[in-house]
Design a protein around this ligand. Structure first.
Ligand code: TYM
Length: 343
């Protein structure tokens, strides 16, 4: 008997969306928690990575600085290994669909939900003189970013998971009113880099807006500055290299072990074993070397790319065109569903 051959069409690639705000020094936390992971995902998925400039103005920015940092961030994405031939990269404000869907979703989000957001609470405490409405509705714009592209996965650090949760809630609410308009996205975390902590207060996350520059490593820091910051990282007086993620008194050492694990790809437990019995000084020097060797090739490539403005412009212009095309499909559908007259 003849065999029945059923040809199955190739499954379409799942889609990834993520972005970083060009609001300050891009830190080792941003790299290990997000960008590094994006590089690893680009072969398997259809990836869209944006420079999230609309989000940055929820806190006052110097206009010329913001413009400069946005281009620098694109150069850093590419230098870190994101291939413009494989991924769409664009500036968020170049695609007006983000602000448009953001408005609509505002009307499907409750004040109470937004009041619970940790980032809103933190940022409004830090910028008490400028608690603007944009800061409050920030997660709605972020939901629009993600939902416009019918995104499957959102690779981020742990601090953004709450925003992905609210994005899912908004999408489910909208879908239950109007049918299946949005795909429900999932967050994706890296193994060791999902929450890199401050080097000066290891109970707080490493943040680009930290007032103390010793607390974070900027991807733009001189190599000797990077080494110095790691060598002066706050640890404990126990003097034992052990990975105890639930023990707050080991927060400093846990963090250095996590950083080492993230840059080497090894498990934190095996790093702890490798250095067990050694002094903190020896371990810190090894972490400093490993971080510098991770940052060095990225910086060399960055220095080359940042001089080539025409190349970078070509990438973000192409990226905006593709992003616009994809996003408009979703936006048109949303307009129709909510009852706007279709043009
Ligand atoms: P942002 O710019 O604060 O951070 C960019 C990415 O870096 C991650 N990250 C960290 N990961 C590990 N350890 C840390 N210490 C650390 N600090 C930051 C963040 O989790 C993030 O993945 N709201 C977002 C930007 C955004 C976005 C989006 C992201 C706007 N729209 C849509 C994904 C999808 C933010 O402020 O990231």
């Amino acid at each position: 008997m003849e065999e029945n051959i059923i040809s199955t069409p190739a499954e379409p690639k799942k889609r990834i969306f993520s972005g970083v705000q060009p609001s300050g020094n891009i830190t080792l936390g941003n790299y290990l928690g997000a960008i590094k992971n994006w590089v690893d995902l680009q072969d398997k998925y259809e990836c869209i990575y944006a420079m999230m400039d609309l989000h940055t103005i929820t806190v006052r920015q110097t206009p010329a600085e913001l413009r400069k940092r946005t281009l620098e961030l694109l150069a850093l994405y590419i230098a870190a290994g994101i291939d413009p031939e494989k991924c769409i990269m664009f500036v968020q404000s170049h695609n007006s669909a983000h602000a448009e869907l953001g408005w609509i979703l505002n009307c499907y989000t409750y004040m109470g939900e937004l009041q619970r957001m940790t980032q809103f609470k933190d940022k409004s405490a830090r910028h008490a003189d400028n608690i603007n409405a944009g800061l409050f509705t920030y997660p709605v714009l972020m939901a629009a970013d993600i939902l416009l592209y019918q995104t499957d996965y959102v690779p981020v650090g742990k601090d953004q998971l709450q925003h992905i949760e609210i994005c899912r809630d908004i999408a489910n609410r909208f879908n239950s009113l109007y049918g299946n308009v949005f795909k429900i996205p999932e967050g994706l975390l890296t193994k060791s880099g999902a929450k890199i902590m401050s080097l000066q207060d290891p109970t707080k996350k490493m943040s680009k807006s930290d007032e103390n520059p010793k607390a974070f490593i900027s991807m733009m820091d001189d190599f000797n500055v990077i080494a110095k910051k790691i060598k002066s990282a706050v640890t404990d007086s126990e003097g034992v290299i052990e990975y105890r993620p639930d023990d707050e008194s080991k927060a400093g050492i846990n963090n250095l072990i996590s950083i080492m694990a993230a840059v080497t790809g090894k498990a934190p437990e095996s790093i702890a074993q490798e250095f067990s019995g050694q002094g903190y000084g020896v371990f810190k020097a090894a972490v400093a070397d490993a971080v510098v060797e991770t940052v060095r090739p990225i910086r060399e490539e960055y220095d080359r790319l940042i001089k080539d403005k025409a190349y970078l412009q070509g990438i973000y212009k192409n990226g905006a065109e593709s992003a616009h095309r994809l996003a408009n499909r979703t936006l048109k559908k949303v307009y129709k569903k909510v009852g706007f007259v279709v043009e």
